[in-house]
Design a protein around this ligand. Structure first.
Ligand code: UDP
Length: 328
């Protein structure tokens, strides 16, 4: 039985990856320090012999007994509100954490896939973003802690590949959504749905002309799995190229939820990218992958998930305005 270590296992993408690898017949070791992750996301796996969980911070030395075939490094705060709140941990998990896992992969002869991000492109001057674009990142801005940690992570990974011949893969993940997103993580989809469910006004940042392209989680997981199993070493964008402005998107949310609340405009957070759309030519040609779930269907599934949460969780998730200490 092949063995895989998944870091960030209790998080949104990490927990879905655990499910995927269990389904594919792997022995899965999940690791998380639970700063932003939630055990609720993987509770259903604890009864399985093929699943094991380590409560550990990957920024510290990582030890796994026995063989290891694959490592997927998905531990990191990943929403702007999180990395503003815990900037140092964000830098450490992307840099020190990655270094520890590269060392572990080398010692075990395992293949390592790291979760990179469209944030390496910053506020992009090339549209849509191809993997060849080097990006436009403000190193010292509030998002710099995430963006630069991820850029360093990519450099370090390629260095281990070139210098040590380590088998590595790099996925650049574009905005992804679905069940198990945290209702209070500040991201636009849980923010809007949470506001609709609590009967609050919907907060659009800036004038809403900025664009994003949202990928449903099942598609994202399939893309990551195909990349891990492929022979391709350089970064690959995985995301859904169907782009929409935040203003058009909030209208879709109003229609989906039937909320009677109004839209209110708040200042645009500093360095908030004005446009984002993945060029997925590489994923299509090299992996034979493309997204299958359209936004209408994906949003319906996501809304159903958020509706199923208890009143208590909904109350706890009240939207926090983080734009005031983050203005242009
Ligand atoms: N956004 C918004 N209202 C909110 C939360 C986010 O208008 O309550 C905007 C945000 O400014 C950004 C877009 O939605 O332009 C996507 O934000 P998110 O935090 O989901 O992801 P990212 O900026 O990392 O793509």
């Amino acid at each position: 039985m092949k063995k895989v270590l998944i870091t960030g296992a209790a998080g949104f993408l990490g927990s879905h990856l655990c499910d995927k690898f269990i389904k594919e017949g792997f022995k899965v070791i999940g690791m998380d320090n639970l700063i932003t992750g939630d055990l609720k996301n993987i509770e259903h796996l604890f009864k399985l012999d093929t699943f094991e969980f380590y409560h550990h911070d990957v920024s510290k030395f990582v030890h796994i007994p026995g063989d290891l075939d694959y490592i997927l490094h998905f531990a990191s705060p990943a929403s702007p509100i999180d990395y503003l709140k815990i900037p140092i941990q964000t830098l450490k998990v992307g840099s020190l954490g990655t270094h520890n896992l590269l060392g572990l992969a080398k010692a075990k002869g395992a293949r390592l896939l790291i979760a990179s991000t469209s944030e390496v492109y910053g506020d992009p001057l090339v549209h849509p973003q191809t993997e060849e674009y080097y990006g436009n990142v403000n190193t010292i801005g509030p998002r710099g802690v995430y963006d630069e940690a991820k850029r360093f992570q990519e450099s370090m990974t390629m260095a281990y590949h070139r210098f040590h011949g380590l088998e590595t893969r790099i996925v650049r993940i574009f905005n992804t959504y679905g069940p198990r997103m945290r209702l209070n993580d500040g991201r636009v989809i849980p923010a809007f749905i949470g506001q609709a469910l609590r009967g609050e006004d919907l907060t659009v940042f800036g004038d809403g002309s900025q664009t994003r392209s949202f990928c449903y989680v099942d598609d994202q997981i399939e893309g990551i799995y195909s990349l891990l199993m492929s022979d391709y070493v350089e970064p690959v964008n995985i995301g859904n190229p169907y782009e929409i402005s935040i203003l058009d998107f909030v209208q879709e949310i109003i229609k989906l939820t039937g909320t009677q609340q109004k839209i209110i405009f708040k200042p645009l957070p500093k360095d908030d990218p004005m446009q984002r759309q993945p060029d997925i030519t590489k994923a299509k040609t090299i992996l034979g992958w493309e997204p299958k779930v359209d936004r209408k269907e994906g949003m319906r599934l996501t809304y159903d998930y958020f509706k199923s949460l208890s009143e208590n969780e909904l109350k706890k998730s009240e939207h926090k305005d983080f734009t005031s200490h983050n203005r242009k």
